[in-house]
Structure formats: structure tokens, C-alpha cells
Design a protein around this ligand. Structure first.
Ligand code: NAD
Length: 352
């Protein structure tokens, strides 16, 4: 039995999470496993109900389940609230409370959507790599930090355990893929990066079957757009990963296609990388694929059922190959389908 907490959130969140829940229900019928899905409010939806973005009840539920499925939070209605009451603060809080130290973002190009990339089809065809971004350390959290009239400062610090645990996850993931890890740093300039590199190489000793190489971050930014097929698994720090995972994501097409997983020692949270898209909320127009692909990541990383993850990716691929497009991935003049029609087609392709 898998216990999943679903937190649809705001805007298109409930629409895309409903799509992902239909996929979960279909898989549970098909493979005869039980799932229990418990829905909890979060973000603006929670604020309107309870006066806070993240209630203790939602947080406790997230801590006591096998995986969390999140839609998106935020929207104009709650933008004027003080910073500590904003949906973004709740998002940071939930990641911190669940100690989600690794953010995983796949960059996978679907053949049917080659035309949606800003790069040439020949360059992106066959791209399939995974970025491991360290999420709870580095310059975003280091002290001292601050600014005055004449200077501003932040501190980039990594502790050994922080580098070790993310390197280990990346090597383990590479074992199930093409067995290549590229660690990205700026060791030619930053001491903290030299330390990062040393620790990654130490951890590598436990993974002799994996090929490890290093790349400077400036070169990596260039290589991802020059020849994305050369990458299998990337592991990098919080700041570099923030930037590189956005570049990696966008070469594959629309925001509506991109899933993510945030993983800790005990907990994991799966969510599309897009926001609540207030401009199309409530119109049954949102692309549910990013959220459905996040469920595929859940099966892979939380439930160790990569076969089911593959089934989901194949159902998405077959649906796209049949020509169905939500508005965000349609070419001008092409017919488009709704969130529900796209979801139903993916569920159908999963089979009974
Ligand atoms: P956004 O990702 O919500 O939307 C950007 C553009 O992409 C919009 O035009 C939107 O219609 C489109 N889009 C996004 N997801 C789509 C989908 N699944 N299908 C079709 N089109 C899609 O980013 P934004 O407009 O900058 O932010 C809107 C709100 O979302 C803000 O309140 C922001 O704070 C919040 N936000 C939340 C998260 C999160 O919950 N993790 C992430 C980013 C932004």
C-alpha cells in the first residue's frame, strides 16, 4: 500500500493534480496495488480556509506518508501578503521541514515535440539526462550574508556530509542509467568548489562502475546547449544547479512538460516545475504532463518501481505521438485539447 498526500494548491494546481490522481488510480487498478490518496490544502487555498499557507495538519500529513504530490501555489490574490505569509515562504518551509536536500530535474526530449525546443531538432533528438541539484546548502543558506550602502556579501559553504549525500544519490541514479556522472563546479576559482570536487571523487571510490568526470560551470552552460546528448547524470551545487536545471529544462520545450522530484533521507515531494498559471486557471487548458511525469518519478524514486515509471513515460509518448496537444505545446493553427482530454488519453494509453 502506498500512502500519498496530494496538495493541489492554487490556480491550475487542482486541475493538473486531478490528472495525476487519475493516472495513479488507473495504475493501482492495472497492477492491483493499493494506494491511499489524502488531499490537504496548501498555499492560497489553505490561507483562505485556515488563515495560514501551511497548517500543522498538512505538514504532519506530509511527514507521515510515502510521497507527496504537489500542484502549484500562489497567485495575484495572495501577492500582497507580508513576505512570511506568502505562498513561496510556505514552499520553502515545507522543503526545509521535510529536509529535501536533492532536487532532481530530468531533461528528456519527446520525439513528438522536437519542434517545440528552441534548439535544432538534430541537436536535441535523443536528449535524456538528469540534473541533481543540491537544495538545502551552499550560497543560498550560508552566513554571513547581508549588504550595506557600500557592499553586499554572501557565503558559499559546503559541509562534507552535504556533498557526500547528494553525490551518493547521483551515483546510485547513474547505476540505473548510462553510468556516467558529470560533477559541475568552479574549482579553478572557488575553494568551496575544490572541496566539492574532492568529496565527489572520494564518494566515487564506492562506485567504480560509474564513469565520473568534472566540468566547469561556464563550460557546462555552453555544452548543454551545444551537445545535450553528452550528459547522463549531472550533480552540482545549489546555485549552479538552479541555473543549469532551467537551461536544461527549457531545451526540451514547454514548462508544462517538466516534472521534478525533491528528495530527502526520509521524505520526497514530486511536483511540476511550473507555477499556478493564474492566466489559464479554471479553464481546463493546462498541460497535465509535467505533473503526470512527476508521478513517474515518484514510482522510480520513492517506490523503486522503474517499470511503472517507464509505462507512464510511454503512455505520455504515445499520446503525444497520436497528435494530441494542449495549447502550450501546439504549433500555431494546430487543434488543441483540454486538460481532461489529454489526461484521459494518457490514462487510456496506460491500458487496463
Ligand atoms: P507559471 O509557471 O505559473 O506560468 C508561466 C507561463 O507558463 C504562463 O503563461 C502559464 O500559463 C504557462 N504555464 C505554466 N504551466 C503550464 C501548464 N501546465 N500548461 C500550460 N501552460 C502553463 O509562472 P508565473 O506566471 O511566473 O507564476 C504564477 C504564480 O505561480 C505566481 O504566484 C508564482 O509565485 C507561482 N509559482 C509557484 C511555483 C510552485 O508552486 N512551485 C513555481 C513557480 C511560480
Amino acid at each position: 500500500m502506498y500512502k500519498i498526500v496530494s496538495i493541489p494548491g492554487d490556480g491550475i494546481g487542482p486541475e493538473v493534480v486531478a490528472g495525476a490522481v487519475s493516472v495513479l488510480e488507473q495504475l493501482s487498478k492495472k497492477h492491483c496495488f493499493e494506494i491511499e490518496i489524502e488531499e490537504h490544502p496548501f498555499g492560497g487555498a489553505s490561507y483562505d480556509l485556515h488563515g495560514e499557507m501551511l497548517t500543522l495538519a498538512t505538514l504532519e500529513a506530509c511527514k507521515n506518508c510515502d510521497a507527496v504530490l504537489l500542484g502549484a501555489v500562489g497567485g495575484p490574490k495572495w501577492e500582497k501578503l507580508p513576505h512570511e505569509h506568502k505562498p513561496e515562504a510556505a514552499l520553502l518551509k515545507i522543503r526545509k521541514e521535510l529536509e529535501l536536500f536533492a532536487n532532481l530535474r530530468p531533461a528528456k526530449v519527446y520525439d513528438a515535440l522536437l519542434g517545440a525546443s528552441s534548439l535544432k531538432a538534430d541537436v536535441v533528438r535523443g536528449t535524456d539526462f538528469l540534473v541533481f541539484r543540491e537544495l538545502t546548502g551552499g550560497i543560498y543558506f550560508g552566513h554571513p550574508r547581508g549588504f550595506d550602502e557600500n557592499k553586499g556579501w554572501n557565503t558559499m559553504v559546503y559541509e562534507r556530509y552535504e556533498v557526500e549525500r547528494i553525490a551518493r544519490l547521483a551515483f546510485e541514479a547513474a547505476r540505473k542509467r548510462d553510468k556516467k556522472v558529470i560533477s559541475i563546479d568552479k574549482a579553478n576559482v572557488l575553494e568551496v568548489s575544490q572541496f566539492w570536487r574532492n568529496v565527489v571523487h572520494e564518494v566515487h571510490k564506492d562506485f567504480p562502475d560509474i564513469v565520473l568526470s568534472d566540468m566547469y560551470v561556464d563550460n557546462a552552460a555552453m555544452q548543454i546547449v551545444r551537445n545535450p546528448k553528452q550528459f547522463d547524470v549531472i550533480v552540482t551545487s545549489n546555485l549552479f544547479g538552479d541555473i543549469l536545471s532551467d537551461i536544461a529544462g527549457m531545451i526540451t520545450g514547454s514548462l508544462g512538460m517538466l516534472p521534478s522530484a525533491s528528495i530527502g533521507k526520509k521524505h520526497a515531494l514530486y511536483e511540476p516545475i511550473h507555477g499556478s498559471a493564474p492566466d489559464i486557471a479554471g479553464q481546463n487548458k493546462a498541460n497535465p504532463i509535467a505533473t503526470i511525469a512527476s508521478v513517474a518519478m515518484m514510482f522510480d524514486y520513492s517506490f523503486s518501481l522503474p517499470g511503472i515509471a517507464t509505462e507512464i513515460y510511454q503512455a505520455i509518448e504515445a499520446t503525444l505521438a497520436s497528435g494530441l496537444r494542449t495549447a502550450d505545446i501546439a504549433n500555431p493553427g494546430e487543434n488543441t485539447v483540454s486538460t481532461t482530454v489529454m489526461t484521459e488519453a494518457i490514462v487510456r494509453h496506460l491500458g487496463a
